[in-house]
Write a protein that binds this ligand. Structure first.
Ligand SMILES: [Zn+2]
Length: 204
């Protein structure tokens, strides 16, 4: 009697331990397999002449992220400096802004050897040495767009697309302006506490 009971209880106990471990490691964040290998504390950024009209908005977007993350862990505080020319693919991490020819804004990732680190669709990727943010012409709120794309650089994905499904209804700067109507009401033009906590969780 006792032995058969134990046979039932032990697997149940192990299952609970495993589930608890999984949930606690997933307590915040919505793209769990992505951990950036480069720090975001000292990003060199370059504004291509094709988007020089957005230069002030880009500066303001970085400044906003820096202010919002200033209380994060040391490695999760956004820091940046502007460069006018840049040796590509050499750390520290770099972000280059240029004009999009597709009509939409997105972020692409490249490795230290210059190879695309993803398919160019704007999916976060851990091994980037350089990110290129493509900005569409005639943006109505370029600062909000840059804040959103920088969120991708800092590892964030659209909450409503997260595979776990549990963060869908979170107010976030990672809701794009073209999001489905169900989610657009959760859109923020600045990083929210949720976004800041997510960045923090990526650089521990
Ligand atoms: Zn996006």
């Amino acid at each position: 009697m006792r032995k058969s009971k134990l046979r039932f209880i032990l697997p149940l106990f192990l299952a609970i331990v495993l589930l608890t471990a999984t949930l606690s490691s997933a307590s915040i964040g919505f793209y769990f397999d992505y951990k950036p290998t480069f720090s975001i504390t000292n990003i060199a950024y370059l504004v291509d002449s094709s988007v020089s009209g957005y230069a002030q908005s880009i500066e303001d977007a970085f400044s906003t992220w820096k202010e919002k993350t200033k209380n994060n862990d040391v490695n999760a505080r956004v820091g940046y400096y502007k460069v006018s020319s840049s040796p590509y693919y050499t750390p520290p991490a770099q972000v280059v802004f240029t004009l999009s020819t597709t009509g939409t804004s997105y972020t692409a990732y490249f490795t230290a050897t210059g190879a695309p680190a993803n398919s160019g669709t704007g999916e976060p990727y851990s091994n980037w040495a350089k990110c290129v943010i493509y900005l569409a012409p005639n943006l109505s709120d370029p600062k909000a767009t840059v804040i959103h794309e920088l969120g991708h650089v800092f590892s964030l994905k659209h909450p409503f697309e997260n595979p776990e499904g549990v963060y869908k209804m979170q107010t976030s700067c990672m809701i794009p302006s073209i999001a489905p109507s169900t989610y657009i009401k959760y859109r923020s033009t600045v990083p929210t506490a949720f976004d800041v906590a997510n960045v923090n969780s990526r650089f521990k």
